[in-house]
Design a protein. Structure first.
Length: 374
């Protein structure tokens, strides 16, 4: 069997959950010795795998041309048996079955943003892509419920498969060079991700400012992410709260440094108002960091009872949780132990391996050559 994977997310400098998803599926295919054709553009960089994984560079053109013309032609030329799209979209006329992945529905109804015409059009488009897909993957039960409700699909058509945990995420600690590179200091609380409104970072900053001065004086708050557009507003808020000296914005953390940055954190905080999965929580637990996370979205599915769950719109609850974890060694030790146990349940067989199983099951199905189910 020959698997095709749309791997444009593997561009240099991209740090997304979708990128991690693609990397782990490619690794799982390689581990089974399956032939895998990985399609990208000139910016795509495939991580080291095996000789059974073959990168193919396609001329980019427009996104729509790549999706609907360039990629389908390549699938036919390469005699691919099944294609995995890590997005909600797919070629409408493909020579093989296509499995799509809907991580969340932020592209339709972003929280707090009213765009009725755009959202209506995107709903119609997403429904068309989904109904014509041979199979659909969602990262969480939370995402599956949203897909069923918003797109009107039967729940049994959607396979819930968690995002794979990279094998590099193991307990470690930052070196002096890494501490200096990212401005970590001796003790720090950590956030990793973008700075979009649903990440709820203004409340995190206010909760941080409300901590006792003794805790803020011995810890830094590190907001790691390459979101340059969202950073100025957060920096301005930190100044207005008088906490600028204790808050760091190191930008993107390099892949090779991320496990150590997680592992050295006194706590990872994810106060999101909505998440389709919440990969940083899983990665942090695997690296030995205690986790405070929101009760919203899929985060409770990922964290379980291994972290402290809070109501993200209650600033006092977030402050209390931070004070509890940062101020008590026994609390942190218990969270580290439970987090490591929890992360160990996200095995390759449970995550990326199940995506490979689904692709193998789907390969024999008749392809859909239109925008509706066949």
């Amino acid at each position: 069997m020959r698997i095709g994977i749309d791997a444009r997310e593997l561009r240099e400098g991209v740090r997304t959950g979708i990128r991690r998803y693609v990397v782990e599926v490619v690794r799982a295919a390689a581990a089974r010795g399956l032939e895998c054709v990985v399609y990208g553009d000139r910016g795509t960089r495939l991580p080291p795998t095996s000789s059974t994984v073959r990168p193919v560079t396609l001329d980019a053109g427009s996104t729509q041309w790549w999706d609907q013309v360039t990629l389908p032609r390549a699938l036919g030329r390469d005699q691919v048996d099944v294609l995995l799209s890590p997005y909600y979209k797919r070629p409408l006329r493909a020579p093989c079955p296509v499995v799509i992945t809907i991580h969340d529905l932020f592209f339709i109804g972003y929280p707090g943003r009213r765009r009725p015409i755009y959202d209506g059009a995107m709903t119609v488009l997403a429904r068309m892509y989904a109904r014509g897909a041979a199979a659909i993957v969602a990262d969480s039960e939370h995402s599956r419920r949203a897909i069923v409700e918003r797109l009107g699909l039967p729940a049994e058509r959607i396979a819930v498969i968690p995002v794979g945990l990279g094998r590099e995420f193991v307990p470690s600690a930052p070196s002096p060079v890494q501490r200096d590179r990212y401005g970590l200091g001796p003790r720090y609380a950590l956030y990793v991700g973008n700075f979009l409104p649903h990440k709820n970072l203004p409340r995190l900053l206010r909760a941080w400012a409300a901590l006792p001065a003794t805790l803020r004086g011995t810890h830094r708050l590190i907001l790691a992410g390459g979101d340059r557009a969202g950073r100025p507003a957060l920096e301005a808020l930190a100044r207005s709260l008088g906490v600028t000296a204790g808050v760091g914005f190191p930008g993107l953390v390099a892949d090779e440094d991320l496990p150590a940055v997680y592992g050295g954190a006194a706590v990872l905080v994810l106060p999101s108002l909505e998440e389709g999965f919440g990969l940083p929580a899983l990665e942090a637990m695997a690296c030995g960091a205690p986790v405070i996370a929101s009760r919203r979205g899929a985060l409770p599915e990922v964290v379980g009872d291994a972290g402290v769950l809070v109501e993200p719109e209650h600033g006092d609850a977030l402050t209390t949780a931070l004070a509890r974890v940062l101020g008590r060694d026994d609390e942190r030790a218990a969270l580290v132990r439970r987090g490591l146990e929890r992360a160990a349940t996200f095995t390759a067989e449970r995550t990326a391996g199940r995506v490979i199983d689904l692709l193998q099951e789907t390969a024999g199905r008749r392809p859909v050559l239109a925008g509706r189910a066949g």
